[in-house]
Design a protein around this ligand. Structure first.
Ligand SMILES: Cc1cc2nc3c(=O)[nH]c(=O)nc-3n(C[C@H](O)[C@H](O)[C@H](O)COP(=O)(O)OP(=O)(O)OC[C@H]3O[C@@H](n4cnc5c(N)ncnc54)[C@H](O)[C@@H]3O)c2cc1C
Length: 238
């Protein structure tokens, strides 16, 4: 379904990372974890990468706005997106995607996010909390530095309140202005096993840059996790 939506607000959620919220029409339905194709008709500049990008929804499906988050980079699309003002319009087409919450709460959920790959998970987590769904959610969240970690404060709060188990890890914590006391380095077998005692009774969800997703899939395959228990999304373009 294609819709023209007006920008309501934008805010910074990490270094060079913005959240954009649009008015959501009543007949636009989706499940958290899904994504839309966002098209901007009049880019303020042109490049060969075009005027459309795919973004996962970060707002809960219950919210009155439809929100997305992205790293701002040098492409014509991202520069134009950054410069949009309240009331400016974009076209959204969707929803698409099957990486959504399961119907049953029998299995624990292990979300693995690389950087901005957090977006489908923040949407699912916000929805699950609002709806009081009784999933046990583990979120492994890898970033270079805390400054790069979108929604980190919100997720730390959910962790403190016992709503999720957050395992945030920083791979270049030495380059940060902020001291980091949490996990350090890449997500590996030792880190997974430290927090997830039974790797075979969970559903894994992975999202992030394609290299990261394929590294995580290989890790899980080596640990004999059945392919049917893994859902993943490659954030192409990163
Ligand atoms: C399922 C899914 C969900 C996603 N969710 C998010 C999200 O929530 N947030 C987010 O930030 N990103 C998300 N992405 C990635 C997003 O769509 C962009 O690819 C990414 O943000 C990088 O865009 P860019 O303009 O910064 O990068 P760029 O590398 O400048 O542009 C990437 C885009 O340009 C196209 N492209 C690259 N080279 C060329 C070329 N030579 N000619 C023509 N086209 C070219 C790519 O196909 C891609 O669409 C998602 C991707 C997928 C598949």
């Amino acid at each position: 379904m294609k819709k023209i939506l007006k920008l309501v607000s934008k805010r910074e959620i990490a270094e060079n990372t913005l959240e954009f919220c649009f008015e959501k029409p009543d007949d636009l339905n989706f499940k958290n974890g899904q994504h839309f194709v966002i098209k901007i008709d009049n880019l303020s500049m042109i490049d060969e990468k075009g005027n459309e990008r795919v973004f996962s929804v970060v707002s809960s499906a219950n919210d009155k706005n439809l929100c997305f988050a992205t790293r701002i980079r040098d492409s014509a699309f991202k520069k134009t997106l950054k410069s949009l003002n309240q009331g400016d319009e974009v076209e959204v087409d969707g929803p698409y995607g099957y990486m959504t919450l399961p119907k049953s709460i029998d299995k624990d959920l292990v979300f693995i996010a690389g950087g901005i790959g957090i977006t489908p998970f923040i949407g699912m987590i916000r929805y699950a909390i609002q709806e009081n769904l009784q999933f046990r959610i583990y979120l492994f969240y890898s970033n270079r530095r805390p400054e790069d970690a979108a929604y980190l404060d919100e997720l730390l709060n959910y962790n403190k309140e016992g709503k999720i188990k957050l395992i945030a890890t920083m791979t270049q914590w030495q380059d940060s202005r902020i001291s980091w006391e949490g996990e350090k380095g890449y997500i590996d077998e030792t880190m997974l096993k430290k927090y997830i005692p039974d790797l075979n009774n969970v559903i894994f969800y992975i999202a992030g840059p394609p290299e990261m997703v394929s590294a995580m899939r290989s890790l899980l395959e080596n640990l004999n996790v059945d392919d049917s228990s893994i859902k993943s999304e490659d954030f192409t373009g990163y």
